[in-house]
Design a protein. Structure first.
Lengths: 228, 228
DNA sequence: ACATTTGTATGTTTTACAGCACATTGCTTA
DNA sequence: TAAGCAATGTGCTGTAAAACATACAAATGT
């Protein structure tokens, strides 16, 4: 996908823009390619504009106690990144890293504010997006602190499935994370992520083939997640 | 404070409204008194309008595993409550309870949306408020999961101080929570909240007199919080 | 004035999980 | 094609914090 295609994409919040406004966007965006593992922005950086993913996948994480990283968000195409800091007028409070080769589009802060001031529907879309994400974040706070390891991992796997969907086989989660990333998403150590994934596999809840994870029994996984 | 006074308050996001718009608010708000301990809205309820606190203090919490509650926000006068669900067009994902006698003002959903569509600056204020709160929530996710008990409690005490300030003596935190609430804010059991508060007191970091908590050594408290 | 509930305090036991060491496998890249 | 390194897998150990138990003080209601 290209930046232009994102602007016209009906899944994007840009869908509420008028043809003229879309034109403004088209004339003012720039694009940059990031290789797998490259940093898009770092905790502490000053946001320069609004970024969105045209192609690829991105993890957003915060550095915690002793450099331990906690993934707070996983993003996919037509999704914004780095907009929290932009709109809060703060420096970035998290780091974004491409987990596959990715194309990231940018528009200047001035341009997006111009659009926001002229188009109330765009504002309302952004407000709704923030409200939804805040709900998600609050939910995570509770589950990451209260659920036990199995529950946390089960929830993460369901989350990854909901975010990225399945491959054509209808069971392999369409993202390939390292065990370390899975651990950082689920608030556990790499050892425990590996161990618990193995346990799930031995219970035939999931199937493992390297970084490929197949969900074999979604109901059971949901039960494990709900139980805590 | 009354609803009217909140509308004119310069700390409120309403400060960006025109006199006519403020008039619209004044004519369309209603007010309700809640006694200490009363529920303002419950997890699962459908939001009816935009609520804000004219007087009093409110805790917002989510029910977690086994009914264990996690406080996700503490609100004070001129602060909105329940707006996340309203703008996300979801049911409430948390419960709000008055922790002192409180006066809560309401305006209908239609009225606030009308204002949002007519006043871009109001939109931008709301967006900024959401962006800031999301940052706060992400931060909490990391600290509540990664910091140890002492660090979590220290952080909560600093947070309470920052939110509610001090009494006239310049050291007593201006909110009186039960040990259980402090525990639910800091992701720990009541026993551990009590125990750790006692330890802090014995280390002369804080002073305890019933529910009154005096911060005696803020620097030390901050160090404990940062250390994890 | 009494009983009953609720909140606070503290000691003991149990356990989930982190931390570490080490073995093994699978990619790079030279 | 080997060497080097990162990623993965597994067992062991220590410990932070939950769970449990009990005592007492302070509200609350009757």
């Amino acid at each position: 996908m290209t930046c232009e295609e994102c602007i016209d994409n009906k899944m994007s919040v840009f869908s509420v823009l008028s043809p003229e406004e879309k034109d403004l966007l088209r004339k003012n965006n720039s694009s940059h390619h990031y290789k797998k593992g490259e940093i898009i922005f770092k905790e502490g950086d000053k946001p320069t504009g609004l970024l969105w993913i045209a192609e690829g996948k991105v993890k957003i994480f915060k550095e915690g106690v002793g450099g331990r990283e906690q993934i707070v968000r996983m993003a996919k195409p037509v999704g914004f990144i780095g907009y929290r800091a932009l709109f809060a007028e703060e420096h970035h409070s998290a780091t974004a890293v491409a987990i596959e080769d990715s194309d990231i589009c940018t528009i200047e802060k001035e341009t997006i504010y111009k659009l926001l001031r002229s188009n109330a529907e765009l504002c309302l879309s952004i407000i709704k997006a923030f409200a939804t994400e805040l709900g998600f974040s609050n939910n995570r706070t509770v589950t990451l602190t209260q659920k036990h390891i199995r529950g946390r991992l089960a929830e993460s796997l369901i989350f990854l499935k909901d975010t990225y969907g399945f491959e054509d086989d209808n069971s392999t989660i369409k993202i390939y994370l390292s065990r370390e990333d899975i651990a950082n998403l689920s608030n556990m150590t790499t050892s425990n992520a590996i161990r618990t994934l193995s346990t799930f596999a031995s219970e035939d809840v999931i199937g493992i083939d390297g970084r490929k994870i197949r969900i074999q029994d979604l109901q059971k996984l949901e039960r494990i997640s709900e139980l805590g």
